[in-house]
Design a protein around this ligand. Structure first.
Ligand code: NAD
Length: 263
């Protein structure tokens, strides 16, 4: 098995992944409704990217943008109405939602077979960021069985499901979080590290000679997008931007195409 290198061209990989999805879809009708609540600037950008990605693969993406003041019941009503009009369509909710919205109730209104973002607790679709990472490791021919993987961050959308997926792939996983003592110890003993914290500098790669998957999204002092890792020059670390974000975007398309293939 080859040495791990995460420095393969993720852009090229996701380009090829999208082309293969377009082939698999082969002109079959596919629609996703993206429910966006409020006018969050980052969400606007993410939704624009999703629509563009979908277009590239031949998927129709419809954003339903609701004003920030809507109630949870209003959102549920819109979702049910869309489901009734198009029961074969996928549906996802763009996060974050305003604080007054009951996210659990909104997620409950996502149709089971269209939950391509893997938001429902027992969804048959895997959450997109962990799925994207697992596909990428497969592409890199990374041999997970028996490896020690340290994941930093235990969110329901990244850390926890990724820990489960890597455990299922026979890795030995340590899931670290804000209460973890001696984080450095877990970093030192790992063969592979995943940082999903959202704090620039949580990992100083100057002293780390292991591959790192950087999930974090932060902004540096100049307002430039960056990950959790610093001092990454010459290290085997996925870039931000142009890394996990691209994989996550492709994984959503993968789930939509799978939904079409299974209907
Ligand atoms: P979150 O924001 O819900 O939680 C952060 C996690 O980090 C928590 O589990 C917390 O315990 C842990 N943490 C905080 N401080 C810590 C410390 N000092 N030491 C160890 N652990 C600590 O997590 P999330 O939603 O998974 O997001 C994490 C980051 O990943 C954010 O920057 C987010 O924007 C980014 N993200 C990126 C993508 C992508 O596609 N690139 C997708 C999802 C999330």
């Amino acid at each position: 098995m080859m040495e791990m290198t995460l420095l393969k061209d993720i852009k090229q990989y996701t380009k090829e992944w999208k082309a293969s999805l377009r082939d698999r879809l082969n002109g079959q009708a596919a629609t996703i409704y993206i429910i966006q609540i409020g006018d969050n600037e980052a969400s606007n950008r993410y939704v624009r990217n999703k629509i563009k990605d979908c277009e590239e693969v031949g998927i129709e993406a419809i954003c339903i943008k609701l004003p920030a003041e809507v109630t949870t019941e209003d959102v549920q009503e819109v979702m049910v109405k869309n489901y009734m009009a198009d029961p074969e369509a996928a549906m996802m909710v763009q996060l974050p939602v305003p604080a007054h919205i009951d996210l659990d109730k909104v997620i409950a209104a996502i149709p089971e077979k269209g939950d391509v973002d893997g938001m429902k607790p027992l969804s048959k679709f895997k959450p997109c960021t962990p799925l994207g990472i697992m596909k990428y490791l497969e592409h890199c021919e990374y041999d997970l069985p028996g490896k020690n993987v340290t994941i930093i961050g235990r969110s329901d959308i990244v850390g926890k499901p990724l820990a489960q997926m890597m455990t299922d792939a026979d890795a030995t996983v340590t899931l670290c979080h804000s209460k973890t003592k001696s984080l450095w110890l877990h970093v030192e003993t790992a063969d592979l590290i995943v940082s999903a914290v959202g704090k620039r500098g949580i990992l100083n790669c100057y002293a780390i000679h292991k591959p790192v998957i950087d999930v974090g999204i932060n902004f540096d002092e100049n307002g430039k997008l960056c990950g959790d890792c610093i001092n990454t020059e010459g290290r085997d670390v996925t870039p931000v931007p142009g890394g996990v974000g691209l994989l996550t975007r492709c994984a959503l398309l993968e789930n939509i195409v799978r939904m079409v293939e299974e209907r």
